[in-house]
Design a protein around this ligand. Structure first.
Ligand code: NDP
Length: 327
């Protein structure tokens, strides 16, 4: 038996509870991992609370991220005792995930734990941090360099936003954060933001084109915020879109794209090919200041993940949450 969060949906309703689970119930897979830590991402919040249709099969163990040690394996590239990390691949949505003491997975989904990180640090990064790095890589791929101008990060006090601010400032970019929490301005400045703007300035319908300001942007909010960020991007600016914390719609016009040559670059972490994941983790090992990662993170036990999931969706959690699945 092992402890895990189990999401069930039946006549009694939708619920997530901490349970003792029989190992025989683990799904198919060629690697069994003894999990040490997981984390809470926005998607885990949606899964645990049922506020978004994330879970595709019931019962489900949530948790799109995990770190742990290989306990059993028939996969050629994973040996017993290897320290491994998993992010995405539909885990915690369609395949049992990381918010449990054990997981059985496809070996192809696993990447080695980079030696620069402890298991806790790998989960402090998690899908949110690795997605922030995918956004930075997309900005670079489209030619955005620190000399081009300011980079805007929306949802800056959240998980993706906090890591994006920390990485971009270490790389020498001038970073401006957008946040709905004015009390987090000092925190964002400690991470490296030079200025913090109020979320309200971006969240209402705006003009097709506004004053050109951003050389690049990392947007986790979507909806009017994404439209306003595109409208205020500089000529040939690059906007990376990875989230929908403010809505899934995109009420924009083509004006920024056809008149200013703005690029809208979509970023997905879930099905991102393995070579790109390895590059992102390698870059995190060099471009994320571990002292700042400490500032971004706090740790909770497995049972606390259920109430904290609601707080995260309510925008009340700062930075990243690591879950120690053994406490
Ligand atoms: P968090 O909850 O940690 O952060 C989201 C932040 O967005 C909040 O902290 C808040 O920042 C801001 N926010 C919340 N609600 C609103 C709102 N209604 N309007 C404007 N801003 C809002 O989530 P994550 O960082 O884990 O994820 C952020 C987004 O990115 C989510 O939509 C998630 O699904 C998506 N995502 C996508 C991935 C991909 O592969 N494409 C991977 C990982 C995440 P503040 O208080 O500073 O305003």
């Amino acid at each position: 038996m092992f402890k895990g969060i189990l999401i069930e949906k039946d006549d009694a309703g939708y619920r997530a509870t901490l349970r003792d689970i029989d190992e025989a119930q683990l799904p198919d897979g060629d690697v069994t991992v003894r999990v040490s830590h997981s984390t809470l991402n926005y998607k885990d919040g949606l899964a645990i609370t049922g506020r978004g249709p994330v879970v595709r099969k019931f019962p489900m163990v949530p948790g799109v991220d995990l770190v742990g040690t290989v306990e059993e394996t028939t996969h050629p590239e994973n040996r017993v005792g290897d320290a491994v990390v998993l992010n995405g691949w539909g885990v915690g949505e369609g395949h049992w995930g990381g918010l449990a003491q054990k997981a059985r997975l496809k070996g192809d989904w696993l990447v080695p734990l980079p030696k620069q990180f402890s298991p806790q640090q790998a989960m402090a990064i998690g899908t949110a941090g690795y997605t922030a790095m995918l956004c930075v890589l997309a900005l670079e791929r489209h030619g955005v360099t620190p000399d081009k101008g300011e980079i805007l990060v929306t949802g800056a006090a959240g998980g993706v936003g906090s890591v994006a601010v920390a990485v971009l400032s270490k790389l020498g970019y001038t970073v401006v954060g957008v946040s709905g929490r004015s009390e987090e301005s000092d925190y964002l400045k400690r991470l490296g933001a030079t200025e913090v703007l109020d979320r309200a300035a971006f969240s209402s319908p705006g003009k097709p084109l506004a004053r050109e300001r951003w050389a690049g942007a990392v947007d986790v909010v979507g909806s009017h915020t994404l439209a306003n960020v595109c409208a205020s991007a500089k000529y040939r600016g690059v906007v990376t879109a990875c989230g929908l914390a403010g809505g899934m719609d995109f009420p924009s016009t083509v004006a920024p794209f056809i008149l200013r040559g703005v690029t809208l670059a979509g970023v997905d972490s879930v099905m991102c090919p393995r070579p790109d994941r390895l590059v992102a983790w390698q870059r995190l090992a060099t471009d994320l200041d571990l002292a700042k990662l400490g500032l971004i993170t706090h740790e909770i036990g497995l049972a606390e993940a259920i109430p904290v999931a609601s707080q995260l969706l309510d925008g009340k959690v700062r930075g990243r949450v690591v879950v120690d699945v053994n406490r």
